[in-house]
Design a protein around this ligand. Structure first.
Ligand SMILES: [Zn+2]
Length: 233
């Protein structure tokens, strides 16, 4: 096995370790995302419930006005029986206003009732969404501990296996390359990148002098990219 083969084997293994670490790091983020959905569902429920309450208030007001207006119309109609001609004209004029008011109130009432039915449906939907979101968060958090344990166990195993892969780096030159790999991998990933036949580093996509390609082919130690510092192979 060449030094490049050994480094590539290490890099492939480290890719697995990084992915496991990423999964562990993502857990709090995913819990937050789940909780965020629950919070949004709750906000929506509060909004729709407020809307429902304000339509109910409006409806109560309209019903009171309806009662008041019909009773005024009734008493004005009674008054007509006892009024003289002058007074009659005035009462009839008021009656006319009140009857038009009543028509408006009735139409507003019908509209408010329609709205109430729609918002009631929306409220039922929101309640269901919120209940679903709450159940989903609960289930998610219950499952997450188990998953974390599983991923952590895989990670521990992979870290252990990594030690064996490091054993092949023995002589001072190999140790130096390994140190380069370890240092570089903390800043950039991947460390090793393929160099194409027209001498382009596939890590940073920069074209390198043709001599690089030849140096890689001759395989004298490791060759790095002039631009990104990756080990090219
Ligand atoms: Zn490069």
């Amino acid at each position: 096995m060449s030094i490049i083969d050994n480094l590539l084997a290490l890099q492939n293994h480290d890719a697995i370790i990084r992915s496991l670490q990423q999964q562990i790091n993502d857990i709090p983020v995913r819990i937050d995302q789940e909780k965020h959905l629950e919070t949004r569902a709750h906000e929506e429920l509060v909004r729709v419930t407020d809307q429902f309450a304000s339509i109910q208030t409006l409806l109560a007001e309209l019903e009171a006005r309806y009662e008041e207006t019909t009773s005024t119309i009734d008493s004005l109609t009674d008054d007509l029986n006892y009024a003289d001609a002058n007074r009659k004209a005035s009462i009839e004029e008021t009656l006319g206003y009140k009857k038009r008011d009543l028509i408006t109130i009735e139409s507003n009432l019908a509209h408010a009732k329609e709205n109430l039915a729609l918002v009631e449906q929306a409220r039922a939907n929101s309640q269901k969404k919120y209940a679903d979101a709450t159940a989903s968060v609960k289930a998610y958090i219950e499952g997450i501990n188990k998953k974390t344990e599983e991923v952590q166990a895989k990670l521990d195993k992979a870290e252990e296996e990594r030690k064996a892969l490091l054993e092949v780096f023995q002589n001072p030159m190999e140790k130096r390359y390994l140190a380069y790999y370890e240092r570089f991998s903390k800043r950039r990933w991947p460390v090793l990148a393929h160099i194409s036949s027209n001498s382009v580093c596939e890590g940073c996509h920069m074209a390198l002098p043709q001599a690089k390609q030849q140096a890689v082919r001759k395989a004298e130690g490791i060759v790095t990219c002039d631009y990104c510092g990756r080990v090219v192979y």
